[in-house]
Design a protein around this ligand. Structure first.
Ligand code: HEC
Length: 127
């Protein structure tokens, strides 16, 4: 069989590229959605370090710098992490009258990230 050199290669390359484009389209379509729905724990950790760590223990070990602040890894022992979603997004803190806990208002994506991080460090898992 004779082939004009290069031609077969070009069409194979074209097919290859089509597949890549389709994959890329899927990635673009679904990746942000997944990121928002699930939250990115590593980003959440950065938020916690920046905004919460002055008072709360945010890791798997250690005491809170402000001893009145519950360590984050124990929060789900009081209530489901889900309950914090609205509280953090709307700038209200739930469940306590303490004035020492400042108010925060985060973007929804940041809230998801923070919650993903909180879920990832809970010592006793709850849904
Ligand atoms: C200035 C210190 C301070 C900072 C900063 C801070 N907290 Fe707190 N937080 C507290 C104190 C003190 C309490 C306990 C207050 C109380 O129970 O009255 C608390 C309690 C909480 C509780 C438990 C509420 C409950 O009902 O048991 C959660 C959840 C919480 N903080 C989340 C956060 C998050 C998330 C951040 C960062 C975005 C943060 N905190 C930053 C001081 C702080």
């Amino acid at each position: 069989m004779t082939r004009i050199k290069g031609n077969g290669g070009a069409s194979a390359q074209y097919a290859n590229m089509t597949i890549r484009l389709i994959l890329l389209a899927f990635t673009i379509l679904f990746a942000p959605h997944v990121a928002v729905a699930a939250g990115v724990a590593s980003r959440g950790r950065m938020i916690a370090v920046r905004y919460c760590s002055p008072c709360h223990a945010i890791g798997l070990k250690g005491d809170s710098p402000n001893h009145k602040s519950p360590p984050f890894r124990t929060i789900s022992q009081r209530y489901p992490i889900m309950d914090l979603e609205e509280a953090l997004g709307e700038g209200i803190m739930v469940g306590h009258e303490g004035l020492e806990m400042p108010m925060f208002s985060f973007e929804p994506a940041d809230v998801e990230d923070l919650l993903a991080y909180l879920r990832s460090i809970q010592t006793r898992k709850r849904k």
